[in-house]
Design a binder for this molecule. Structure first.
Ligand code: FAD
Length: 473
């Protein structure tokens, strides 16, 4: 195991080869390359490389492979699962281009692209990607962990289901263009296997003809929460696939609209890809359940879809836990109210339940390793804003997860795994399911036998006994 810090001489050749900066701890520029969006998941690599293109990525991976060092990849720093201690960090943020081909209804984005650019480029042609609830999240990281869209998912499935090609630098420092037919195992494993199989330099995926969509939000005060939650639960089960909904208990989120700032509210979100009058007719029963503190409703361009979900406006400290629920019966709603509702002593900033189902339940359009497809609901808890309360938030997140355990499925989408989750092969095996994990471990053995890409929710190569460390780590 190499522990000695890298010297300037060690990196001299690498610094000559790559177009972007190469920084050691203490160098000006090191902190900027290591900056994460989640301030509670800092990274401290042995060297940080700001990649300006696929050749830089190849040079960085070759440098790591020659020295037996692990590789960490950072695009936006929304979900850094490990601190990258001793690793070669590849910062992809300079590789942010997004190009849209309206004829083929497809986008090609570079490895560090954020959703904002793709939403704008696609929107200019009346097209939409299967994007998530945040414009700042990385497009590639989102696809590699599944990609559950709160608006498009029930109609079209996971984002990973619509990937056409992946350009990736694997552990042998080779650049490959991988499709479902050219290298089926690697393609399958990359989509769902998070960053375990290489550094993705570009991704191509399908777009859909969606110019505008209908969005509504209802905010309920404490005294109406129980009634609204129970009514929502039943109502959400009957929605057609083009309609989606989630419900969130929100406490002091930084992006709360002014009249609600600092208040504890329950936010019901509803969207539809269908005609406006039909959406309004379907929403009407929920409007009558209880008076709303604030209501918004209307059609909007798809590129503004993310405004519904109150993304933190800038880097922010938070801890999170998530789960997928097989079912969300009355008893589960009561359990949720007890730990997150108006009478709970919770300080969590957000506790959200999303209705999944629709195309997210069916088989994927292209084969991939995204687990948790039979879950009907997802739950996400976030404690954020005050880094000093991280331990308290962790405790309250444990309480939340424990309360919903009777309905939780073992398998779940990797995208919302917290930094401390899936930390052992045994835990990850449960999250992926045995059969899928065994196949992932076999693909890992073939493409990354020394487990260079292990600064993530790590799938260990098949020849390692579960729990054992790779030989050269
Ligand atoms: C506010 C917010 C909203 C979200 N909404 C949704 C949502 O609606 N649906 C959903 O499915 N998820 C959602 N997520 C989760 C998000 O998709 C994951 O956290 C995703 O991993 C973030 O990727 P990133 O590149 O932005 O983050 P990073 O921290 O930069 O990357 C996370 C990990 O992804 C891998 N990775 C990223 N880029 C590459 C690459 N180019 N090559 C190889 N590996 C790479 C690496 O292992 C890296 O460690 C949300 C997260 C946040 C914080």
């Amino acid at each position: 195991m190499r522990t000695a810090p890298l010297s300037r001489a060690d990196i001299a050749d690498l610094a000559d080869r790559v177009g972007g900066p190469v920084a050691l701890p203490g160098d000006a520029g090191y902190a900027a390359e290591c900056a994460t969006f989640n301030l509670l998941t800092p990274v401290h690599p042995a060297v940080a490389i700001g990649a300006s293109g696929a050749d830089d990525v190849r040079a960085a991976v070759r440098f790591a492979a020659e020295r037996g060092l692990p590789v960490a990849v950072l695009a936006t720093g929304h979900q850094m699962a490990r601190s990258a201690e001793g690793a070669v960090l590849i910062n992809m943020s300079r590789m942010g281009a997004a190009r849209v081909d309206p004829e083929r209804r497809a986008a090609r984005v570079e490895g560090g692209a954020r959703w904002r650019g793709t939403l704008d480029e696609a929107g200019a042609h009346g097209l939409a990607p299967i994007s998530g609830g945040s414009a700042g999240v990385g497009v590639v990281g989102y696809h590699l962990g599944g990609g559950a869209s709160p608006i498009m998912g029930r109609r079209h499935g996971y984002a990973a289901d619509h990937v056409r090609a992946i350009e990736v630098v694997t552990a042998d420092a080779e650049a490959r263009r991988v499709t479902a037919s050219s290298e089926p195992d690697l393609f399958w494993g990359l989509l769902g296997g998070t960053g375990n199989f290489g550094a993705v330099t570009a991704l191509e995926f399908a777009l859909f003809p969606v110019r505008r969509f209908y969005a509504a939000g209802l905010h309920f005060a404490g005294e109406h929460m129980a009634r609204a939650l129970h009514a929502w639960r039943e109502w959400a089960c009957g929605l057609p696939a083009e309609m989606s909904t989630s419900l969130a208990f929100q406490r002091a989120l930084p992006a709360m609209p002014e009249p609600l700032r600092g208040r504890f509210v329950m936010h019901l979100r509803f969207t539809s890809l269908g005609p406006r009058d039909e959406a309004e007719r379907v929403l009407e029963p929920m409007r009558r359940v209880a008076p709303a503190l604030m209501e918004s409703a209307g059609e909007q361009p798809y590129r503004e879809a993310v405004s519904l979900f109150l993304d933190p406006p800038g880097p922010f400290p938070w801890v999170e836990r998530s789960g997928m629920l097989r079912d969300f019966p009355d008893e589960a709603a009561e359990a949720l109210l007890a730990v997150a509702g108006p009478d709970a002593e919770s300080e969590l900033s957000l506790v959200e339940v999303r209705r999944l189902g629709g195309a997210m339940e069916g088989p994927p359009a292209v084969p991939n390793a995204v687990p948790g497809r039979d879950a009907g609901w997802s739950v996400l808890g976030i404690g954020g804003g005050d880094a000093g309360k991280a331990a308290l938030f962790e405790e309250q997140l444990n309480t939340l997860v424990g309360a919903l355990a009777p309905w939780t499925s073992d398998e779940r989408m990797p995208n919302l795994l917290g930094a401390r989750e899936g930390a052992t092969p045994q835990a990850l095996r449960a999250i992926y399911g045995h059969e899928r994990y065994d196949r992932l471990a076999a693909v890992k053995k073939r493409y990354d036998p020394r487990n260079l890409f292990r600064m993530n929710h790590n799938i260990t190569p098949a020849h390692h006994v579960d729990g054992a460390r790779p030989k050269d780590s």
